[in-house]
Design a protein around this ligand. Structure first.
Ligand code: UFG
Length: 333
């Protein structure tokens, strides 16, 4: 199958490209390289074809889809930081919502009816009932979550109007790295908890700031559901194989287990053997106290089962990546 992957040079995109190639797909990457790394895509696909372009460029998308005889699309390209979205909401609408609208238009033009899309638990806001099932009404509390819910609404419309089949995969907290240390997380600036904790262990930062210890959670720090990036990649492959034109899939992808910020720090101390000093700071705007997935639907519908999402597997693989790539991907590669 010929599959176009937007955001193919990014964190989850590159891990998914690697699995798609391993499963026999021909992958064509599409990325504007604003966040992604050429090296990530090259390593994932052994030098596959990468089109450098923007989602807003509907014409380039259409030409690429046609020239490469694309049969299905996996769409990762998006801005995905809660804090940044509060500062620059318009940027999130433009990039995520208008960018996806451009892609949907290109798919319609080319008659492509299968699209797997990154969505997020941030669409649920701060729900009271935990674990979070897909029945939870969307109620985003930050512009990032809102932008992703807006994208799902566009997809629902295109499904009804044009028979587009789509799978919106609602990730909880993506984490971990490839087991061989070749691919991993490299954001600039880095804002995610696990990479920052490991940068402290590497001596690149003095300490980790814990954003709030007065949340209504067992130890007062925020609880998240960390899911290994390779488990997410596997879900994309399964969704792609299952998806039919006109079908609508909206499904949570999380491990089903909650881990607090303090538990992450403590576990990282064991895995790295480093002290990892921390200091309590004020709450970060837009952070819900607790997000844990009910993943029953993914298990039954996609026949998906998280295989690598234990804290040990996540932190060991991420630590391997950070030790081998203390400065991230080489820019010359
Ligand atoms: N945190 C700290 N200190 C830090 C960084 C993070 O205490 O230096 C805390 C945050 O406050 C939060 C938790 O660690 O409670 C996790 O924060 P991340 O920034 O790693 O991840 P988020 O939960 O904010 O967001 C991530 C993705 C989003 C996605 C969301 C789903 O970035 O795209 O998970 O839960 F929507």
């Amino acid at each position: 199958m010929n599959v176009l992957v937007t955001g193919a040079a990014g964190y989850i995109g590159s891990h998914t490209c690697r699995l798609l190639v391993q499963s026999g797909c021909r992958v064509i990457g599409y990325d504007n390289l604003s966040q992604g790394h050429c090296a990530a895509f090259e390593r994932a696909t052994n030098g596959g074809r990468l089109v450098v372009g923007d989602l807003a460029d509907t014409d380039l998308l259409q030409r690429t889809l046609t020239a490469e005889a694309v049969e299905a699309v996996v769409h990762f390209a998006a801005l995905a930081l809660v804090g940044e979205s509060i500062e620059y909401p318009q940027r999130y609408h433009q990039n995520n919502v208008e960018g996806s609208a451009s892609l949907i238009q290109a798919l319609h033009h080319c008659g492509i009816k299968r699209l797997v899309v990154s969505s997020t638990t941030a669409i649920y806001g701060a729900p009271e009932i935990i674990p979070i099932s897909e029945e939870t009404p969307p109620a985003p509390i930050n512009p990032y979550g809102q932008s992703k819910w807006d994208v799902e609404c566009l997809l629902q419309e295109a499904c009804q109007r044009d028979g587009l089949g789509f799978a919106a995969l609602r990730y909880f907290n993506a984490a971990g790295a490839a087991s061989d240390g070749l691919l991993g997380e490299d954001h600039s600036p880095e804002t995610h908890l696990i990479p920052i904790v490991l940068q402290v262990a590497l001596g690149q930062r003095d300490r980790i700031q814990i954003f709030g210890d007065d949340y209504p959670t067992p130890d007062g720090t925020c609880v998240r559901d960390y899911v290994h990036v390779n488990d997410l990649a596997d879900a994309h492959l399964k969704a792609l194989n299952l998806l039919q034109p006109g079908q609508k899939i909206q499904v949570n992808l999380g491990s089903g287990t909650g881990t607090s910020v303090l538990e992450i720090v403590e576990h990282a101390r064991r895995v790295t053997g480093h002290e990892i000093p921390c200091a309590v700071a004020s709450r970060r705007p837009g952070d819900p106290p607790c997000l844990i997935a009910d993943n029953a639907l993914a298990r039954s519908m996609l026949k998906w089962k998280p295989q690598h999402s234990s804290l040990d597997s996540i932190l060991t693989s991420a630590w391997r990546w950070h030790q081998r790539h203390p400065q991230g991907y080489p820019s010359s590669e």
